[in-house]
Design a binder for this molecule. Structure first.
Ligand code: ARG
Length: 587
């Protein structure tokens, strides 16, 4: 069965076609959305208003004529018209009950697979060598992983690619630091911390001392031209950071299909620049090579132009520096080619913070100039802020490492678990705290609109109330507890269901809406749509559970209520799974 909005849109489209005849614009799709105010219905359409404007008639009259001809059969009560021409639909309990029965036998829980599967490459996490992941990486890692999970579930071919920064200037800085400031003992004790210290120390010197800057760039050039000592050190750095990152990814249950760092593309850069020159895409300018605006775009949409003092000036994309070195942009252009030609990606998603938005707009513009058809998108996100609305820092003023954030989350979750779950063994409590702590950090991220900055708050994310992981996990655990009380006597869902109470019907509708929610996540790459849905589902479940006794009811009422609990349980677990969160069975 198709999701309800699709079904209703088709029926309404047919009715509007009958009324409008050949005045109906080709390809018209009647928009149907979940009703904002459920007192008037479950779904709503403004199709008559949109269409009336296009064909030049009165919207209410058009709505009335469409409703006349609507064939809703067993699906809905007769549609109603409201306000200037909204059409409201209320789904019949019998139809909902049928859907629930179908969902019970469906592993996909009613979510249709994509009709035209794509090959999707998701570039996410992508930390830099010698710099352990910090809190800033949580956003890319968690959002990217969620998008990859949803896309896989919808049947798309997915390549999760960790585009490690392992080749540019920062490596030269660490090499220089290694040769001039290494503290052997500190390195033996805590290699990643020592590499970070070297990087930070040299980075500060690099910015103030031209001698150091020159020396670092020389180290980078030596590495890139194959110097054996630098190569060996570089391999060691990659090994060390890779090992540490691997631990963190394991803990987060995040997986990659490939980890092709920037260095992988190195031997493609020189020929790429030559090819862009030969094709007339790039030009020499002052000894460097750049891609300029080709004047095809409206200047305000052209990332290779900027307005200054009322005039449009070029901000070219630099792809070969005067000293012959290549840039971050050159690597990304080469990476586009590899992903399109070798990986055969139809769509590439770059899950990277919004400070890099000009960089990606330029990369995509160069691709457009070259006639590359793949759909390239920057899935951008804002900053994580502290209570003071400044970028989140530790008390001593540092950007906290991702591992330290996860440790603290688990420790704090442990306090919640000790308080709530005295019946669990020590081992179970540790396991539950790990799941809640990691889940809380992930969920705090995924429940935000990714475009905005958000405030990192331990108290909020670990609260058992509100839009949090502990709240959702608790709702899931409650559904499981109901079935444990059955003592292994499995309920029989085969006998047909009957929705009598409002609270049952409301929960049923919500459950059916899983079908349209999951695909919506990929439209604009917004995991928060799924998070919000799960939160509303948990709330709807709680009010159902308060109003409708389950185990003490009888006959078809009991079967129906158990079925609602069972589906809630499955949808919560599955939905949390798509967010990358594994709820425990009890707490
Ligand atoms: N390593 C980069 C950073 O930490 C992010 C890489 C994003 N991906 C890309 N293809 N440029 O800023």
């Amino acid at each position: 069965m198709s999701p309800l909005p699709e079904l209703l849109s088709n029926r309404l489209g047919d009715a509007l076609a009958k009324v409008c005849g050949d005045r109906l614009p080709a390809g018209f799709v009647a928009p149907v959305t979940a009703a904002a105010d459920t007192r008037f219905g479950d779904y709503q359409s403004n199709a008559a208003m949109v269409l009336a404007k296009q064909v030049g008639t009165n919207p209410r009259e058009l709505a009335a004529a469409a409703v006349e001809g609507l064939e809703l059969g067993e699906l809905c009560e007769p549609a109603e018209i409201a306000g200037p021409g909204f059409i409201n639909f209320r789904v019949r309990p019998g139809h909902l009950a049928g859907r629930l029965s179908e969902m019970l036998g469906d592993e996909r829980l009613g979510v249709p697979a994509a009709t035209s599967p794509l090959k999707l490459l998701v570039d996410f996490s992508s930390p830099n060598v010698a710099k352990p992941m910090h809190i800033g990486h949580i956003r890319s890692t968690v959002i990217g992983d969620c998008i990859a999970r949803v896309a896989r579930f919808l049947g798309h071919g997915v390549v999760a690619d960790n585009h490690i920064g392992d080749w540019g200037t920062p490596i030269g800085q660490v090499l220089y630091g290694w040769k001039n400031h290494l503290d052997r003992e500190a390195f033996e004790a805590a290699p990643t911390a020592e590499l970070l210290r070297l990087y930070q120390k040299v980075k500060a010197e690099f910015e103030s001392d031209p001698e150091v800057e020159k020396a670092c760039l020389e180290e980078t050039v030596k590495l890139q031209s194959g110097d054996t000592e630098n190569r060996a050190l570089w391999e060691q750095f990659i090994e060390i950071t890779g090992r540490a990152g691997g631990e963190t990814y394991r803990r987060l249950d995040v997986h990659f299909d490939t980890t092709l760092g920037e260095s992988f593309y190195d031997d493609r850069l020189a020929p790429l620049v030559e090819k862009l020159l030969a094709d007339g895409i790039a030009e020499e300018s002052d000894g460097a090579v750049c891609v300029f605006s080709d004047g095809e775009l409206d200047p305000k949409d052209d990332p290779l132009l900027v307005q200054r003092d009322g005039e449009w000036r070029g901000v070219p994309c630099l792809i070969r520096k005067r000293d012959g070195g290549f840039t971050y942009a050159t690597t990304d252009i080469a990476t586009v080619d590899y992903r399109v030609e070798e990986e055969r990606a139809d769509q590439v998603l770059y899950v990277v913070d919004d400070r890099q938005s000009l960089h990606f707009r330029q990369i995509f513009e160069v691709a457009r100039q070259r006639g590359i058809a793949a759909d390239l998108r920057h899935v951008a996100f804002g900053k994580i802020l502290g209570d003071d609305r400044k970028p989140f820092k530790t008390r001593s003023g540092e950007v906290p490492s991702l591992d330290s954030v996860l440790d603290e989350a688990v420790e704090r979750a442990r306090a919640v678990v000790d308080d709530k779950s005295s019946a669990l063994s020590e081992e179970e409590r540790a396991e539950v705290a790990e799941r809640i702590g990691i889940g809380a950090v992930k969920y705090a991220e995924l429940s935000q609109n990714r475009a905005s900055d958000y405030i990192f708050s331990w108290d909020k994310m670990l609260s058992l109330q509100g839009n949090t992981a502990p709240y959702l996990i608790n709702a899931y655990v409650r559904t499981r507890a109901i079935f444990r009380k059955l003592d292994g006597a499995q309920p029989d869902f085969g006998g047909g269901l009957e929705l009598a109470e409002d609270a049952e019907r409301t929960l049923a509708i919500k459950l059916c809406q899983y079908a349209e929610t999951v695909p919506a996540v990929l439209v604009d790459h917004r995991p928060n749509l799924l998070a919000t849905y799960l939160y509303e589902l948990a709330q709807t479940f709680h009010s159902f559970y308060e109003r409708c006794p389950v185990l003490s009811s009888e006959g078809v009422t009991r079967d129906t209520r158990l079925a609602l609990c069972e589906l809630c349980s499955r949808v919560l677990k599955h939905g949390l799974g798509l967010l990358g969160i594994a709820p425990p069975e009890r707490m």
